[in-house]
Ligand binder design. Structure first.
Ligand SMILES: NC(=O)c1ccc[n+]([C@@H]2O[C@H](COP(=O)([O-])OP(=O)(O)OC[C@H]3O[C@@H](n4cnc5c(N)ncnc54)[C@H](OP(=O)(O)O)[C@@H]3O)[C@@H](O)[C@H]2O)c1
Length: 293
């Protein structure tokens, strides 16, 4: 174990998306001194020089978490989403091949269409139904066909410190709106960035390759997730269920995108249930203001 830990400490780890919510958790978990952070504005995945810039840093391991993550935005700017998520990933994979370094690509539950009623396994066929999912799936294919030694980690419904995410949106809304309307016909698994970052460290230590699903355990709807957030804040705000159609978002969403943890468990890792991790996050991120209850 000690030898493994030392080998991570000795690695040069290049991290894209370092300022994003997962990037921040990865920097903290791997240790700031171990990571070569890359993000906008200095590092742009759409820039023609990306491959050379990576080569210059000569990392042993690249963790590619940088992405265009605005799901509705990707319907309005499909070319940009594709340039960042697909073409950018192609450049990263090419650099990794030239360096002979390992690559971890962070992907998404939105590669699936959501028509299943049981958790998606790694070998289930992706069939994205929106531009964001398509751009990420093409990113996966770029990694798989490049010949690089890679691990594709599909995760879902991420939240954590320093990010714009569902939890922080609901926390903000709960402090100003009397009633919150939230979609109750999409199922997924909320995932805390700190839990995912710890799993990434373990997967690097074990040198796992291929495709793996990593989320917190359990499943819920966005409506149930919102209810839990408001409850953990100690509020009694009314959360009202609405349908996807009523929400009227630009991008289609998979109705069921729960990811199976079977492969992760078979490797000896178990992430906490989503509701326990949510408690931890809210405890660390929210100070109740008695007056606004
Ligand atoms: N968020 C989720 O619910 C979710 C679910 C499943 C999978 N994932 C995947 O998990 C990974 C991390 O997501 P996250 O939630 O941490 O996203 P995030 O907070 O949006 O972080 C993504 C980072 O990538 C940067 N970025 C965007 N365009 C770029 C470009 N052209 N060049 C370089 N960097 C660029 C962003 O910068 P700006 O902020 O300045 O744009 C941001 O710092 C992504 O690969 C995402 O696809 C996310």
């Amino acid at each position: 174990m000690l030898a493994l830990i030392r080998s991570i400490a000795d690695m040069r780890i290049l991290l894209t998306g370092a300022n994003g919510q997962l990037g921040r958790a990865l920097c903290k978990t791997f240790g700031y001194e171990s990571v070569i952070p890359k993000d906008l504005p200095d590092f742009d995945l759409t820039h023609p020089n990306v491959e050379e810039e990576i080569i210059e840093s000569a990392p042993d391991l690249i963790i590619h978490a940088g992405a265009y993550t605005d799901v509705d935005g990707a319907e309005r700017e499909p070319d940009l989403a594709m340039a960042v998520n697909t073409k950018g990933t192609e450049s990263i994979a090419r650099a990794a091949v030239r360096l002979g370094s390992r690559l971890i690509y962070i992907s998404t539950d939105y590669v699936f269409d959501g028509m299943q009623h049981i958790p998606y396994r790694e070998d289930d066929r992706p069939c994205p139904i929106n531009r964001y999912g398509l751009s990420k799936w093409k990113g996966e294919q770029a990694v798989l066909t490049s010949g690089v030694r890679a691990l594709i980690i599909r995760t879902a419904w991420l939240y954590g410190r320093g990010g714009k995410n569902f939890v922080t949106s609901i926390m903000r809304a709960a402090q100003s709106e009397p009633v919150l309307k939230v979609v109750s016909d999409q199922f997924g698994c909320p995932t805390y960035t700190e839990d995912l970052a710890s799993a990434v460290v373990s997967l690097v230590e074990k040198d796992v390759e291929g495709v793996i699903h990593v989320t917190n355990r359990g499943q819920c709807t966005w409506y149930e997730f919102a209810q839990a957030i408001v409850r953990e804040m100690g509020f009694d705000r009314c959360v009202i269920p609405i349908s996807t159609e009523q929400a009227g978002r630009l991008a289609k969403r998979p109705p069921y995108s729960v990811l199976s943890s079977d492969r992760l468990v078979s490797l000896g890792f178990v992430l906490p249930n989503w509701s326990l991790s949510l408690k931890r996050f809210i405890k660390s991120a929210y100070t109740p203001l008695r007056a606004s209850r």
